[in-house]
Design a binder for this molecule. Sequence first.
Ligand code: AP5
Ligand code: ZN
Length: 216
Amino acid sequence: MRAVLVGPPGAGKGTQAQILASELSIPKVSTGDIFRANVSGGTELGKQAKAFMDRGDLVPDEVTNAMVRDRLAEKDAQNGFLLDGFPRNVAQAETLNKMLQEMGRSLDVVLELKVDEEEVVRRLSGRRTCRSCGHVQHVVYNPPATEGVCDSCGGELFQRDDDREETIRHRLDVYREQTAPLVSFYEKEGILVAITATGTVEEVTERALAALKGKD
Ligand code: AP5
Ligand code: ZN
């Protein structure tokens, strides 16, 4: 299956992508995770991306598209993938269509996670991310067994720089202006399915799996 997850920051894309990719036996390709790994590794790509990420702005398309092109050319992505955080605007969506066309492929489905803005702010302001493995938790909704310690690997949990309230508000503006138009873009292509992304993580996963069923 070749699938894309779309939804506002904090909709639970990363949380669901990890579970769905494992359920569907396809790799999860998260542009946010790849950028963050490059920032903490101090690579050239990380240096190019950091200032944009800290402000909550999109990293320029040419940088992002080249990175995704390389990732989708890897062997494990040949039989399917779940994209999380890409595409992020209509230009990236058009580039993705072209990339796939060149490989003789196309997208099967785009899953929209719908959640209102106040819930997004609650989720992001309480989010804690593992420095070692990228696992995501929440101080109230998914609290770690030991404060500050990742349930998955025992690494240190920290608060992302872009999870401060004013940056969250800016990321929501960027979503509304640049990313939300993807919903009608993919609706026109006839491959959009939408689910409500409130409720427990397990409830959202169930809805997502039901919506994705038979789409490949
Ligand atoms: P990215 O990492 O993609 O950030 P985002 O889209 O803002 O999404 P988030 O990671 O904030 O949220 P999420 O939907 O994954 O939610 P999560 O599962 O963590 O991008 C970061 C930056 O990188 C961008 O600002 C940009 O600069 C750059 N970038 C990335 N891709 C780019 C692109 N294509 N082009 C240009 N630039 C790009 O959940 C959030 C919290 O809620 C967690 O604490 C979680 O535990 C909790 N939670 C999850 N589900 C539930 C639930 N059902 N109930 C209660 N709590 C829940
Ligand atoms: Zn961890």
